[in-house]
Write a protein that binds this ligand. Structure first.
Ligand code: BTN
Length: 260
């Protein structure tokens, strides 16, 4: 166990899992997603590689943003999937990962974390975790799922303090990161198996049970475009369907949701 870290790799390596895992713990890296993508270029790893870092110097978020990666207080984890899914179903992986993260977190804290499409996790309206999914498939499928969770942070930089929070700030509890990572890996295993077994309808129902989005008027920013409407449902590929003020249904496959 590395000094002064509550991440204990020996416990994680003993998780019983259908997926054969290779674990890599780094006290510092630029980004755990970048770490896996480098390996994909050199000696392509198998499905199941998990990279965990205690600190990221260039943590990356969705839409080119920076992911605040304070040393020792967050979970910065990436894992490699090699899903045999048709390209239009690949976005389901990212929804599946967000759902697994919600279940993992909700197993250890008393107040429920909720999902914001496609895969932000909110607690008391502020962001607690996010998922960055990067598809590196050429001939062989390769999807890197990176998950960042704000765990034991006591504060955030001024530019994000109104929109980000941590489990500790919201619950007053200091969370053991090994326990949370263990929950997360077991949940990813379970939900990914459901996806592989084509239980997509059940996965999407679970996702919908864990969001407060539906029925609300939202705005979705997609590149330079903005769409406003009432969030209605997900379609069978996990795309968000909204109704504009004329009642026309729009299907969105990506974007940044905010309450209108
Ligand atoms: C988001 O913008 O909501 C996604 C954030 C994803 C952050 C995680 S931390 C582990 C992995 N490595 C990165 O550089 N990003 C992801």
């Amino acid at each position: 166990m590395p000094n002064s870290s509550d991440i204990d790799l020996s416990i994680l390596q003993n998780i019983t899992s259908e997926t054969k895992r290779q674990w890599l713990y780094l006290s510092k890296t630029d980004s755990t997603n970048t770490e896996i993508s480098r390996r994909l270029h050199n000696h392509p790893p198998e499905e199941g590689l998990v990279v965990i870092a205690d600190c990221q110097t260039s943590g990356r978020g969705r839409l080119g943003r920076v992911w605040h990666s304070e040393p020792k207080n967050g979970i910065y984890l990436s894992t490699l999937f090699r899903p045999a899914l048709s390209p239009e179903k690949l976005p389901l992986i990212t929804l599946m990962a967000g759902l697994a993260t919600v279940f993992a977190v909700n197993q250890i804290i008393p107040c429920p974390v909720r999902l914001k499409w496609p895969n932000d996790l909110l607690l008391n309206g502020k962001k607690i975790a996010g998922v960055l999914c990067e598809n590196h498939s050429t001939q062989t499928p390769a999807v890197i799922i990176g998950i960042g969770i704000n765990v034991n942070h006591s504060q955030f930089p001024s530019e994000i303090k109104d929109i980000a929070t941590s489990l500790k700030l919201e619950t007053g509890l200091k969370v053991n990161r090994t326990s949370l990572i263990k929950n997360l890996i077991m949940q990813l295993d379970f939900q990914y198996n459901e996806l592989k077994n084509n239980k997509i309808k059940i996965l999407l129902e679970r996702w919908c049970d864990n969001t407060d989005l539906f029925g609300k008027t939202i705005t979705i920013k997609k590149g330079n475009q903005k769409f406003t409407g009432k969030a209605l449902r997900l379609d069978k590929l996990g795309r968000l369907i909204i109704a504009d003020k004329l009642g026309n249904e729009l299907v969105l496959d990506s974007g940044e949701v905010s309450l209108a």
